[in-house]
Design a protein around this ligand. Structure first.
Ligand code: CUA
Length: 181
């Protein structure tokens, strides 16, 4: 029993027992299986995003987002008058996270590709696209870029699911997907 000192003091020089080598082999093979499953699942599971991450200064990201908003705002929405922005298909689109909103609202065309850039101005936030199964951590100082092809017309919610303070539960953004023209 393990609570008693080993009978042979120099136990680490003993030859491996058959059962030990069997378990070591099983554990090693299982480790390999799980490792390659990660790679396999990336391509077949359609869950893990192939996103890119770049260092970016929050001010630079804000400037690019504001430039897009200035150029492509089509209307305002809600009590706070959030801009609804409709950039051309194929373009770079931006959503920035800050205490406590996702800004702006995007309006995208179904079936078209967009390069979506995400970053935070202040703190760690979450980009959880509802009802899709997409969930990304967003940090200040880094931008995440992913290719997004909206499928299905409708309204999608962007929920922050990283706790970010007193207004966390109100931090819900929006993406509209409309029929292509
Ligand atoms: Cu932002 Cu929680």
């Amino acid at each position: 029993m393990a609570i008693h000192p080993p009978e042979k003091r120099i136990w680490w020089n003993e030859p491996l027992e058959k059962s030990e080598i069997t378990w070591i082999t099983i554990a090693f093979i299982w480790g390999l299986v799980m490792f390659f499953t990660m790679v396999f699942w990336h391509f077949t599971g359609e869950q893990n995003l192939s996103n890119e991450a770049y260092r970016i200064h929050p001010e630079t990201f804000a400037e690019r987002t504001e430039a897009m908003v200035d150029q492509y705002t089509v209307r305002e929405e809600g009590e706070s008058g959030l801009p609804v922005v409709r950039p051309p298909p194929g373009s770079d689109v931006y959503m920035l996270a800050r205490l406590w909103e996702w800004w702006p609202i995007l309006e995208l065309e179904e079936g078209k590709d967009y390069r979506l850039h995400l970053s935070s101005m202040d703190w760690q936030h979450g980009f959880s696209l509802q009802p899709e199964n997409i969930n990304i951590q967003v940090h200040p100082g880094y931008e995440l870029v992913l290719t997004l092809t909206p499928e299905g017309v409708g309204e999608y919610g962007v929920v922050c699911n990283e706790y970010c303070g007193i207004g966390h539960h109100q931090m819900v953004g929006k993406i509209h997907v409309v029929a292509a023209e």
